[in-house]
Design a protein around this ligand. Sequence first.
Ligand SMILES: Cc1cc2nc3c(=O)[nH]c(=O)nc-3n(C[C@H](O)[C@H](O)[C@H](O)COP(=O)(O)OP(=O)(O)OC[C@H]3O[C@@H](n4cnc5c(N)ncnc54)[C@H](O)[C@@H]3O)c2cc1C
Length: 501
Amino acid sequence: MDGDLNERGDSQAQFHVVVVGGGISGLAAAHRLVRDASGVRVTLLEADERLGGKIVTERVGGFVIEGGPDSFLAAKPRGIGLCRELGIGGRLHGVTAQRRRAFVLSRGQLHDLPEGLSGLVPTRLAPLVRSTLLSPLAKVRVALDYALPPRRDEGDESLGSFIRRRLGREAWDRLVEPLMAGIYAADGDALSLRATFPQLREAERQHGSLIRGVLAARRAMRGAAPAPASAFLAPETGMAALVAALDERLHRGSADVRLSTPAIRVHPTPRGYEVGLRDGEAISADALILAVPSFAAADLLAESDPGLAAELRAIPHASTAIVTLAYRRDEIPHALDGHGYVVPRGEGLPILACTWSSRKWSGRAPDERELIRVFVGRSGRDDVMSLDDDALLLLAREEVSRRLGASAAPLLQRITRWPRGMPQYVLGHPERIARVEQALRSRPGLFLAGNAYRGVGIPDCIASGERAADGAISYQLSAMSREPCATSPHSVNDESLIADS
Ligand SMILES: Cc1cc2nc3c(=O)[nH]c(=O)nc-3n(C[C@H](O)[C@H](O)[C@H](O)COP(=O)(O)OP(=O)(O)OC[C@H]3O[C@@H](n4cnc5c(N)ncnc54)[C@H](O)[C@@H]3O)c2cc1C
């Protein structure tokens, strides 16, 4: 704890928490600290010249262009919860009610996604029977889920093997795989079921059948709270509104937010941690929250904690890019009667999905204009990421031309690249996270937050940042209770678990 004057001129000794990383995880952590902690000074270090990390919204010429996430899941409480706390809950909107259709590309054609999906799992027979996506045999195979015995083995398995086991190969290849890839950009045969969709395994375990279990969980949720009007929510003016609201609260809370300030190393000291900056400055922290990608946390810890750094570095990441294109409405022959489409890996294309943003959301494009987001790349397709901008644009334009018939030059085009942007929760991930948590137990005052650990979605990241902040506050209180003895705060700490353990 240092005795510097704080912004209010308060000479009282303050516990200094440094948050490294100004994406949604770090911002949520810093916000929780300025809101809930007393006697705490907060510094947030962000390498980039702007806050938000993966959240990047550009507003230009009446278009709202999201370079990263365009919404968050309504069902996970901390997205909507934080927006309400920030006073922007009333400015959230859901996806457009009409045309709540989505498509899957299969054998070169767009097929309706069958209605009645609960997450990844089809739960209604009639839409499935009507669907042109699956063959008659594949539909019978899906229904077999009701009769197949559950697996008794308690071990983890890949998401791909689980879904093939329950619903059959074709349902995996054409239906579930592309939906999963839209979230994780992953290879489903590498993805850990326990780390990504543990509720699906639980459904099988408890109800003997995946579909029966998913239906039961949905009934239970309906009883608990009214279902949100839309599964996805976003601020009307784009996701950056969330970042701006957090920035404003940090400013009001006198947090020291430092942009263009990359941390390059962290070292434990007798009283806490020292954070080395690129310009040579060193900042002392009583507690430290690393809210950066896990490979960046590994770099920071490489010298002082090579073991922990190695675990963090081993979490793989996939690289993707978003190409956004705007057209005049009359330049797109396709009816755009839905929200877009996903592309199964089996199609062999470098394209992951295509969202018709101006149809999915209101207010994203001026009248008579359309905004199309093409997701390029996925795990195992790093070749696509080495393409230069012209080649990426060509790829996206060819896709839009082939599928939607738009061959005119776009009115506007943007590329947002996300090298190593999506952590992959592969088989062994839960065990790795357990080892990381174990390592953190002997590093009091150090907390990790972010998308690499226990959830990649915005609400999960918010929860991870807030949990890290709660850990730092508990650590401060335990340090204060030991203060008369003036021992090192490193002596006791049961709180230094990973953010959302
Ligand atoms: C293309 C794409 C689309 C997505 N779509 C959705 C969606 O629709 N809905 C959803 O819920 N989720 C979505 N996600 C996932 C979600 O956006 C991310 O998981 C989340 O934003 C990650 O937040 P974060 O704060 O953990 O990490 P980041 O946003 O990566 O933030 C980390 C920050 O740390 C900074 N940093 C790194 N190293 C240092 C250093 N040494 N010193 C200081 N600062 C440093 C970085 O500059 C960055 O600002 C999407 C992700 C991608 C890539």
